[in-house]
Unconditional design. Structure first.
Length: 426
């Protein structure tokens, strides 16, 4: 029977045999992965898995809607302390930050998972367990990743692993919805570590562990508001209506043509307005998300979208009476995520590639919109990784993850291997 060590030696031997693979394998990766202390940390993760699952449930069941992450943040800060970090704080934006000190011989590395979810206050976040599956809004995006941070800290301590680099563990706010990456913007532009972080990676969300996000998709988000005179539904019948203008605008947007390559998308996520069923509203609004893989197509989609919104207002003003006033439209930016990209030849990507291959998997490089967009856009080496396990239906009420042990711990092992290879395990 092959032991874990023998199997890995064979894998690394095969990688070294091919020059293309060897060039993607930093020399220290094999040393870290084969080190008995790393394998002791892996063993700890396996034996501690039940606690890890309990922590996923504990985190998930604390509401964390956009801009209201404080309760979860306070709990997570205490969980960081209980897991072994002594230098833990909550910054003025709400990010939870804990430092695991190194010897000072390497660059500071930050690893983050986001505290917030897309779900509004009052959503039922009670976890339902069926076998190895956990069902609840936000359980995989990003509660599992937050628990992974805790598990890695404990595993490193249990195996008595020391690193050259200081490692900054972060539970950040503002990744989802209207948050507009406010946690990351503060961390890198205003926070106490803004000029100290030299490498960054985020965990978001579940997955086998072989995906590496190396490019950040840009997006713009808008609040479109149609205003009008309003009136009684019977007495003012025939006047222009913001509701009809909004409906027309949504129809127009739904028919907007965008390219499949580079992939460009749009979505109406939230609508609102009006005061009662028997009143013509004086205001109707919607929140719109537009994304693209290229800046050029994003700008083109935004230009077309803006024109369609004004067309909808004009058509309503021609369709009904403006005797009490016209429909006016405001298109306001409420979110702007910058583009970013890192070369596949960058050391952080090469290291992640080598570790994933060392675990017998093939890396897949992709694009997404994550917390890594901010450091990428600033030229700071950054990637986004999966937190392990499997799941589906994130951003829905029936979101689920599978915490079957084999796949679950493998993802944690991969993340830990990448982190320690970058941080310089001593």
């Amino acid at each position: 029977m092959f032991t874990k060590t023998v199997c890995r030696a064979l894998v690394f031997g095969l990688l070294l045999f091919g020059s293309a693979a060897a060039s993607a394998q930093p020399a220290n990766v094999q040393r870290v992965i084969m080190d008995p202390r790393f394998q002791a940390a892996e063993d700890f993760v396996e034996t501690d898995h039940d606690r890890f699952v309990r922590e996923i449930i504990q985190i998930t069941e604390i509401e964390a809607p956009p801009f209201k992450e404080a309760k979860r943040g306070k709990a997570f800060a205490e969980m960081l302390r209980q897991s072994g970090l002594s230098n833990v704080e909550i910054d003025s934006e709400g990010n939870v930050i804990g430092v695991r000190k190194g010897t000072g011989g390497g660059p500071m590395i930050a690893i983050a998972a986001h505290l917030d979810t897309v779900f509004p206050e009052g959503t039922n976040v009670k976890v339902r367990r069926e076998g190895t599956k956990l069902y609840a809004p936000g359980v995989g995006d990003d509660s599992r990743a937050l628990a992974v941070l805790l598990e890695i800290i404990r595993a490193m301590d249990a195996a008595k692993i020391q690193t050259a680099s200081d490692i900054l563990f972060i539970g950040n706010v503002g990744e989802e919805g209207p948050g507009d990456l406010r946690g990351m913007k503060y961390l890198f532009q205003k926070g106490p570590y803004k000029d100290k972080i030299r490498m960054f990676f985020s965990l978001d969300p579940f997955g086998w562990g072989n995906d590496i996000t190396t490019a950040g998709i840009g997006s713009k988000r808008f609040r479109v508001t149609f205003n009008g005179p309003g009136g009684h539904s019977f007495g003012s019948f025939g006047l222009v209506s913001p509701a009809y203008a909004l409906g027309n605008a949504i129809t127009k947007l739904s028919r907007m043509q965008v390219p499949q390559r580079p992939r460009t998308t749009y979505n109406v996520g939230v609508v609102g307005g009006g005061t009662s069923v028997n009143s013509i509203p004086f205001e109707s609004w919607m929140d719109v998300d537009i994304r693209s893989e290229t800046r050029e197509e994003l700008n083109r989609a935004v230009e077309t979208f803006t024109r369609l919104m004004h067309e909808a207002a004009d058509e309503e003003n021609h369709a009904r009476s403006t005797s009490q006033g016209k429909i006016e439209v405001e298109v306001k930016v409420i979110g702007d995520r910058p583009f970013g990209e890192i070369s596949h030849n960058a050391p952080i990507v090469q290291t992640a590639t080598a570790v994933i291959r060392g675990f017998g998997m093939s890396p897949v490089y992709g694009m997404s919109s994550t917390d890594a967009n901010i450091p990428m856009s600033m030229g700071i080496p950054a990637i986004t990784l999966e937190s392990g396990g499997t799941g589906s239906r994130n951003h829905t009420l029936d979101e689920w993850i599978d915490v079957e042990k084999t796949a679950s711990v493998r993802g944690i092992h991969v993340v830990m291997g990448i982190l320690l290879s970058l941080a310089g395990m001593l």
